[in-house]
Every structure is written in C-alpha cells, then in structure tokens.
Write a new protein. Sequence first.
Length: 325
Amino acid sequence: MARPVDVAALVSGIRDGRRASVSQAITLVESSRPEHRSAARELLAELTPLTGGAVRVGVSGVPGVGKSTFIESLGLSLTRAGKKVGVLAVDPSSVRTGGSVLGDKTRMAQLSIDPQSFIRPSPSAGTLGGVARATTQAMSVLEAAGYDVVLVETVGVGQSEITVAGMVDTFVFLTLARTGDQLQGIKKGILEIADVIAVNKADQDHEGEARAAARELAGALRLVHGKGEWAPPVVTCSGLTDVGVDDVWQRVLDHRQHLGEDGLAHKRAGQQLEFTWALVRDELDQRLKRSPGVAAIRDEVRAQVLAGELAAPAAADRILAAYDG
Ligand code: GDP
C-alpha cells in the first residue's frame, strides 16, 4: 500500500462483499503507519452504519484443545446453512515473538477454501491493545461486507481471553475431560467470562468421561453465578466427528436470546466504552515508550533503581516528570 489509499473504492468493494477489498481493508486497519491510521479512521467512519449485524462469538481454550478443528466444523455447518462466516484470531504469542500459536499450521483446510467464509490470522504488530484494535476494526469490515457470523479465536492464556470477551456477544470456552482436576485446570477468571462451555473431544470412547467432566463443571459454575443470571451451559462435543457442535451453536443462540435486543445493545455499548479506555491506555503506553524526555533519563533511572539508590515511587515520579516535560 505505497500509494495513497482510495477509501471510497474500498468502501464500495466492501459493500459489494468483494474479498480483495475486505482483505485490503483489514490490512489497512492493522497498519500502524500514521497515514494508514488516518485512512483507516476515514474508512471505519464510512463503514459504521453498515456494522453491528453479525453474531460475534469468541472461541477460546488452551493450545491443542481443538479450537481450529471445532471452528472448521462449526464454520462449515454455518456456511452450509447459507451464512457467511468470518474467522479472526487474537494471538498474544504473535505480539511477543512475531511467530504464533494460532497461525503456523495448516488450519481449517476446508473452511479456508469455502467461498462463504473469510479467515484471517492474528495481526502480529505491536501490543495486545494494538491487536485488539485491529481485530475489532476487522470485525467491522466483515460486518459491513455482509458476514453473518464472526468467530474470534484466542488461546487460553491470560489477558487475551479477557480482551476477546470484551469484543464479542458470546464467549465460548473449550476444555477437555482429561486435564486431571477439572477445576485446577481452569482458571477461575475463565468461569466468570465464559457464556458457553464445551468439553471437547467427546469421542473415541471418551464420551462418558466428557459427560462426567461437564457435570462437574456445571456444578462448580452454579457456585460462581447467582440466581437469575445466565448460568453458562456446559455441553460436550467433538469438532473432529462434528458431534454436538450444532448444540454448542444452539447454546450461543440461547445466550443471545437471554440477552435480548436491549441487553445486547447495552452489552455492546459497555464494550465500546471499555475499549475506548483500553485504546487510550495503549496509546499512552506507546507515547511513554517514544517520549524523548523519558529516553533521556531512562538508563540513569534504571541504574539508580537497580543500585538501590532511588526508590521506585521517586523513580516513577522522575519518569513521569520527564514525560510531562
Ligand atoms: P487448537 O490448537 O486448539 O486449535 O487444536 P487443533 O484443532 O489444532 O487440534 C489439536 C489436535 O487435537 C489435532 O491433532 C486434532 O486432530 C485433535 N483434535 C481436535 N479436535 C478433536 C476432537 O474433537 N476429537 C479428537 N479426538 N481429537 C481432536
């Protein structure tokens, strides 16, 4: 994208659902170059009236739990039903290393050649906040292009799940029956953000085990969630044999129904507000890193703190003063 971006042409390509335009627009919103950032803002302003129409679903779980196999099974079932399905990924490992947990293997071989689907690996530039911004905007591009469902895949490590939960309507957590102690294996935070839980790989003589794990989890969840609240259903499925995947989808639809139109609008509005502040924090962090004033004293402050000559609060004050100056 060396030439100036033709935003009007991109918008009309996206409206027509052209894959090349969708792809180019996502590349644009992933870019951190200032001229791209302003073109991306312009593009998104144009697209905004066309967005909001998709069912937004997060899919999470540890590497190997079967996320891509599950998404392929679910995605193909949805495209067979006439839906257009977008798949995005938020992969924190791509931020740190440029490599990725989610992107390196051949994934979703059938879904990736399905003309009704659009799969995009995780953006790798920058920070988790930057990836979240790019992914949220990519979701808008897909919605404007008429995608009915957007699945956002993320790995079950730390902050990335919270981040994805903050951009979707329904958060699906995949787990396994054979992870030893169920409750040890699952961080409490996940139980709090999951809307639907599926014990995956319930096949090849493991169905009984999976069902027992599901019952145990459902019991634990009743302790986490209060009366009247949505109690996340715990089901079993197998992405490999396509068994129970449609049931997981039905639970996603049930969750939407539980939210209702107003509840969903309220949830999305709250997410926008949260996201606004996340973007501000991310940008401030970037500015701190780029600040010449901070750069000028950074090494000295570092040495003094390491030598025990400067206490952390005083060091922080000096850095902030250097930033403000
Ligand atoms: P991801 O890392 O979470 O995306 O997991 P993958 O979808 O790549 O699957 C990891 C491994 O588990 C692969 O060898 C899959 O073939 C296998 N696998 C995935 N889903 C299932 C399933 O439902 N049942 C069984 N038995 N194996 C599965």
